[in-house]
Ligand binder design. Structure first.
Ligand code: ATP
Ligand code: MG
Length: 579
């Protein structure tokens, strides 16, 4: 492609609403344009990279035995009523009516539609297993669309759904998808980790998120430094602890602590550390008040609290409502003497030799609380988020902390949807049996943002070769003469051998061509400058920043050879371009 002809509107300045690097660069480098909050158009370069993502996904899904279908974006409410999700999905679901006032939604995910396909057409175990996938535009009316393609309202997802005759078959389908996802993200040249994830209220142990590692990631994950254990912090279980030995501490005492509703103000007043305090977090659990206590420096994990309380719904409680319902003073709540209110304590509290907690009276706290003595009969459970330094639940190792961007999610569903929607087949004995299902998502558009968060510098994008819209940019430093001539011939030869190349034939200064090439992120730049007459050009590798002069003769074949390897997910080095 000649840049003179390419619709590639690059911008000097990032858009005002863009806070994350990937959002800024995708707009500045001419990949996407915003239409409304969380809704974007893709420009030619954006489409090219997106198509590469899709192609890799398709190849690996097909190789894993899945079959591509294409389901409608607009779904009749009736199907969602059958699954039970119509009343509970909430405002993320975009609902609409047709001219006959019949209800529809724009699909945020497609379990209902695919289960309807299966129950209509799969009658016998002989037709199983089946794994159907699609690449399609989803709509979720996210409360906070942010970071461009990272969290859009309209976005492209690959969603797959497996149907098996039994649990062991379903586990096999799950494993096949897990393996396919590993190949997909490796081929994209991304640094990623599969991590154990929460299974929400579906239960079971089988759910993994695929996290692209990036400082800016929304998700906190932990991974063992000694074994392969890795999990979302929501999921990582933490071990129970024995009570710390009681010392010769006197009985717990009430002290006046005016104006100390937060751990910081409390510690400042009493001269203690947050890890010597016990913090109360107030919840509404199945409409009743409940309190979870964790060490003052810890973060409570709502997923674990829900599990510990065994409740269906759990929200952070409104303080006023809580005070009115229980008569207890929010901000001064303590683990000793909460009356009839349901409480549960994080089991790490057992290991505290002595602690400070609220006194369940306004402006007062209890000091010299000894959990082994004063909280011996309390209910304990695993309630907090894992952090770096925590012990590994699988081995003697320690957990390290990472930030990640969730680009994929594999999930064993069991019979949740087949049961709700009466989707059955006849098993070998001729008995009506519910399908065993799995679902498997990939954030197709989010991958572009994640790849950039992981691969950029102050000048622009540094695409992995597998995702770059074009692989090579030929940059002639003059509009005519030997430089332009050599550039044109290199460009033509690159295209001939199947390398995706552009030539910057615009009437721009070299500085602008360099800046744009770095911004857009072509993995290889071939700069045709002063020594063109002698048949020498300069090569620059965008990812490593390496540059060197090389003879133009034979260069095209060497570039093509190096790219062929890098397209499978590897990197590029200057040594790959040596004769
Ligand atoms: P998140 O926790 O990020 O909201 P999710 O658990 O709702 O994700 P799934 O329903 O599992 O996501 O969707 C499958 C994949 O689709 C996710 O792994 C993610 O990569 C992508 N995805 C989900 N929501 C969005 C969004 N609003 N914008 C872009 N991609 C998204
Ligand atoms: Mg979501």
């Amino acid at each position: 492609m000649r840049l003179q002809q390419l619709h590639l509107p690059t911008l000097r300045e990032p858009p005002k609403d863009a806070e994350t690097v990937s959002h800024q660069l995708l707009v500045r480098a001419g990949y996407i344009r915003r239409i409304a909050a969380g809704i974007y158009s893709f420009l030619p370069l954006g489409v090219r990279s997106l198509e590469k993502v899709k192609a890799i996904i398709r190849q690996e899904m097909d190789r894993a035995g899945a079959q591509e279908v294409f389901m409608p974006a607009i779904i009749p409410a009736e199907l969602w009523q059958q699954s039970g999700r119509w009343p509970v999905y909430g405002p993320e679901l975009l609902r609409l009516k047709d001219r006959k006032q019949a209800d529809y939604c724009v699909g945020p995910t497609h379990e209902e539609v695919v289960v309807d396909l299966a129950r209509k057409d799969i009658r016998s175990y002989k037709q199983l297993p089946v794994n159907l996938y699609q690449i399609q535009t989803k709509f979720r009316d996210e409360m906070r669309p942010r970071a461009g393609l990272m969290r859009g309202r309209e976005f492209v997802m690959k969603d797959a759904y497996s149907f098996d005759a039994d649990v062991s078959g379903a586990h096999g389908s799950y494993q096949a998808m897990y393996d396919a996802y590993c190949r997909i993200f490796s081929r994209m040249g991304l640094e990623f980790r599969p991590v154990e994830a929460d299974t929400g209220n579906i239960g079971g142990s089988m759910s993994h998120e695929f996290q692209v590692l990036a400082e800016s990631g929304e998700d906190a994950i932990v991974a063992c430094d000694a074994c392969t254990f890795a999990a979302n912090v929501e999921k990582a279980p933490l071990p129970d602890q024995p009570f710390a030995a009681t010392g010769d501490t006197g009985p717990a005492r009430v002290v006046d602590t005016p104006g100390t509703k937060t751990i910081e103000t409390l510690c400042a007043l009493l001269g203690c550390r947050p890890d010597q305090t016990i913090k109360a977090v107030l919840f509404t659990a199945d409409d009743a008040p409940a309190v979870a206590f964790v060490r003052g420096d810890r973060e409570v994990n709502e997923v674990k609290v829900r599990q510990a309380l065994g409740c269906k719904t759990l929200y952070l409680a409104d303080a006023e409502w809580f005070a009115k319902t229980t008569g207890l003073p929010p901000g001064y709540l303590g683990a000793v003497g909460t009356g009839g209110v349901r409480t549960v304590l994080d089991h790490e509290i057992k290991a505290m030799p002595i602690a400070v907690c609220g006194a369940n009276a306004k402006q007062q706290h209890l000091v010299d609380v000894v959990p082994a003595r004063d909280l011996a009969t309390a209910t304990y459970a695993d309630l907090r988020m894992a952090v770096a330094g925590d012990p590994c639940p699988r081995c003697a190792g320690r957990l390290r902390g990472f930030r990640g961007i969730e680009v994929g999610h594999v999930f064993y569903l069991g019979t949740k949807y087949s049961k709700a929607m009466q989707a059955t087949f006849l098993d070998e004995a001729g008995k009506e049996t519910l399908f065993e299902m799995g679902c498997y998502g990939i954030g197709v558009t989010r991958i572009l943002a994640a790849a950039i968060e992981q691969n950029h510098d102050e000048r622009g994008i540094r695409w992995p070769v597998a995702l770059a819209p074009f692989e090579v940019a030929v940059l002639p430093m003059a509009a005519d003469g030997p430089q332009a001539e050599l550039a044109r011939s290199l460009y033509a030869s690159l295209n001939q051998v199947g390398v995706q190349a552009v030539i910057d034939d615009r009437a721009e200064r070299p500085g602008i061509k360099f800046a744009d090439a770095d911004l857009v992120g072509y993995p290889v730049q071939i700069i045709v400058g002063k020594r063109a007459g002698e048949g020498v050009v300069e090569i620059k590798l965008r990812h490593t920043g390496q540059r060197a002069e090389r003879p133009a003769a034979g260069l095209v074949d060497r570039v093509a050879g190096a790219l062929a390897a890098a397209r499978r997910g590897g990197g590029l080095a200057l040594s790959d371009l040596d004769a």
